[in-house]
Design a protein around this ligand. Structure first.
Ligand code: MRU
Length: 364
């Protein structure tokens, strides 16, 4: 545990925004409620895995890596506070927690990646026939996932910053910053890293209908750090590229297949089309924990959310007449031919994605 705390101290400098963390004194999990941003900075806390599942489902916590890390802590809470005193009972309870957490958001691959990683640790540790050992091993693994996520984001920043030249104007979509991860961010982490290196950059943030993660969260993060930014509506990117007002687009991902198909927040595909039409590079930044080891893009599950999110703005203002039908897919899939490169913690993956992903995913 001391090692983990030392590692965390070293990363502190990169955590100007701390979206979620484990409280080592109270042994509980905390997160900033992103539904309330930018109006209110409120941390929530719990020792109950079901509350973590609720926070993910209701998008207090969102963004694929943040969802994965939180689910890992959710599993740890389930085991830590379980009354089971036999390994088989604890395993049964862990399976229940797994199912509850896995049923929260269907597209974010990091969720399943993190839960499966913990499940393997739980199974292995059960061989020792000691429930306390199982609990410790599970929490340790969650800490490892948390630390790895932050480190991976910093690595992505290092690799990705190379594609950002001085004076670049960059369009991004949704929120891929600290708030979408354990800290620092993926696509916004790359942008953040370039800014820390002293590059003069300007970020255009798509507002990201319907839940406005770009307007509410990305702009909040950029302003907090003094990174120059402008908010645009989702449909504006074509005009910006055509008027030579933007040089590059960079987004995150909820799920990537080995073929390089990228599921990300609805509107990403349109941004990629606009960038490609104008011969501007379109990049994706995501850790390899977002990569589903499949060669079939049809394996990507697209979450469909309530039409009410489209019919109302943040549940406040109704914007269409009663009886209007709305369709609300939360993600779309950008095909590999539109993607210049996928920035991972292991480097920038280029076409042909299948060969190159296999090489980085399965090389040790
Ligand atoms: O519905 P959300 O807000 O969870 O969607 C988030 C995104 O689409 C992000 O771009 C993606 O998870 C990558 S975050 C680093």
């Amino acid at each position: 545990m001391e090692d983990i705390r030392k590692e965390l101290d070293k990363l502190e400098q990169y955590l100007k925004i701390k979206p979620l963390y484990w409280d080592f004194d109270k042994n509980e999990f905390l997160w900033i409620d992103t539904r309330l941003l930018p109006w209110k900075e409120l941390y929530r806390n719990t020792k109950d895995f079901r509350r973590v599942a609720q926070a993910i489902k209701e998008m207090e916590i969102r963004g694929a890596p943040a969802i994965g890390v939180s689910a890992a802590y959710g599993m740890s809470l389930a085991l830590k506070y379980s009354n089971a005193n036999k390994p088989e009972d604890l395993l049964n309870y862990a399976k229940e927690a797994y199912n509850v957490l896995a049923s929260t958001r269907p597209t974010a691959y990091n969720l399943f990646w993190a839960l499966n990683r913990l499940w393997n640790v739980i199974l292995k540790s059960s061989e020792k026939n000691d429930v306390e050992f199982m609990k410790e091993e599970t929490l340790n693994e969650a800490h490892k996932i948390y630390i790895e996520d932050i480190k991976n984001n910093i690595e992505m920043g290092k690799h990705g910053s190379k594609i950002i030249d001085n004076n670049f104007r960059i369009i991004t979509h949704c929120n891929t910053g600290a708030l979408a991860t354990a800290g620092f961010g993926t696509a916004l982490g790359v942008i953040r890293y370039a800014f820390y290196e002293g590059k003069n950059i300007h970020v255009y943030a798509d507002e990201t209908r319907p839940l406005l993660q770009g307007a509410r969260l990305t702009i909040w993060e950029l302003k907090k750090e003094g990174i120059p930014s402008t908010l645009i509506v989702d449909g504006a990117s074509g005009l910006l590229f055509s008027k030579n007002m933007a040089d590059l687009a960079i987004v995150g991902a909820d799920r990537i297949t080995l073929t390089g198909h990228v599921a990300n927040k609805i509107g990403t595909f349109n941004l990629a089309l606009a960038a490609n039409y104008h011969k501007k590079p379109f990049y994706v930044a995501a850790p390899t924990s977002t990569v589903q080891p499949t060669e079939n893009p049809n394996d990507i599950v697209i979450e469909e959310r309530s039409p009410n999110e489209v019919l109302n703005i943040m549940g406040q203002l109704t914007i269409a007449v009663d009886g209007t039908h709305a369709f609300n897919p939360a993600f779309d899939i950008t095909p590999p031919e539109l993607i210049e490169g996928i920035i991972t913690e292991k480097g920038i993956v280029k076409k042909p994605y299948l060969n190159n992903f296999k090489a980085i995913m399965y090389s040790y």
